[in-house]
Design a protein around this ligand. Structure first.
Ligand SMILES: C[S@@+](CC[C@H](N)C(=O)[O-])C[C@H]1O[C@@H](n2cnc3c(N)ncnc32)[C@H](O)[C@@H]1O
Length: 284
């Protein structure tokens, strides 16, 4: 009982990896007022743990102390946002997914589009982090060299900082562990202890800021990758976002989710499973 009381008190130290209701409501209000970002759409427990972690890491003595900092220190809002949206990614993350895209999905899309009037393959990576995922697709497409097609590879994220980093295309070796040596040797240049992706590949990807929760315009696409992003959102938000994806995907187009994500509920009816294992779905 005493422990429960301590956890809910705004003055309590942040030992629990939890964040009390009133304090959470206040953080939500501050973020919404300052940058129009609504925390309510995210999964509760997950987001509270991250706020608590950020508060501990910046040396706040308790919830009250952290709220005072969030209100008074103009740098704390962006710092909290960075802590809430983790940007972990890798080239060829979940290698078999990219094998499936290379061997089945991309050839089918290319074949279908070739000779059509639009003649353009539109690919969108939503929540692209440091660019590893769209660049992986760019590498695959460059290798496939689909003659007679024009490619549009759009990569979006909520974070301007990570988009800036993505456009630079400079990576440490951890991001490249799944990348075949042959591709690393052919498309990267060593700079100190990091690797720079060659410009001809970087130029294939267009980076743009887009918030999949609040932006209402979604780009028309043949293939959408939104991997390891929806896990942070509530079920309701996931359904709403997938509904938007379904609206902009061409019939027969594909949606790829992360390995830990599943298509469920009503939006499931708009798709059939292409590869259950790789979480690839086809718009029906
Ligand atoms: C874990 S990374 C996933 C990167 C990549 N898709 C992958 O699977 O390797 C999640 C990314 O989603 C972005 N993100 C979080 N919320 C978002 C939102 N509302 N709109 C767009 N991107 C968002 C984060 O900034 C982060 O870069």
């Amino acid at each position: 009982m005493a422990e429960d009381h301590q956890r809910k008190s705004p003055a309590a130290p942040l030992l629990e990896g939890d964040f009390p209701d009133e304090a959470f409501a206040e953080v939500r209000e501050i973020l919404f007022e300052r940058i129009g970002f609504d925390l309510g759409m995210y999964k509760d427990g997950c987001i509270r743990r991250r706020i608590a972690r950020r508060a501990r890491n910046c040396g706040a003595r308790g919830v009250t102390d952290y709220l005072a900092r969030l209100r008074g220190d103009k740098d704390e809002v962006p710092a909290l946002m960075a802590a809430l949206t983790i940007h972990v990614s890798q080239f060829f993350r979940n290698f078999p997914t990219f094998e499936y895209l290379r061997d089945r999905v991309l050839p089918e899309l290319i074949q279908r589009l070739r000779g059509t009037r639009s003649n353009e393959l539109n690919i969108w990576c939503a929540g692209c982090a440091g660019g590893e995922e769209p660049y992986t697709l760019a590498l695959l497409l460059h290798e496939m060299a689909p003659l007679g097609l024009s490619l549009s590879l759009l990569a979006t994220d909520i974070s301007p900082d990570i988009l800036q980093r993505a456009s630079e295309g400079l990576y440490d070796s951890q991001r490249l562990v799944e990348l075949p040596d042959r591709l690393r040797e052919r498309y990267f240049t060593v700079e100190g202890n990091r690797y720079r992706l060659n410009e001809n590949i970087r130029q294939m990807v267009r980076f743009q800021r887009h918030n999949i929760m609040t932006d209402t315009e979604y780009p028309r696409s043949d293939l959408i990758l939104c991997r390891n992003v929806l896990i942070y959102f509530s079920r309701e938000e996931q359904d709403r976002i997938i509904g938007h994806f379904a609206r902009v995907l061409r019939v027969g187009g594909f949606l790829v989710l992360g390995r830990a994500e599943n298509l469920m509920g009503r939006p499931r009816l708009l798709f059939e499973s292409e590869s259950a294992r790789e979480r690839i779905y086809r718009r029906v």
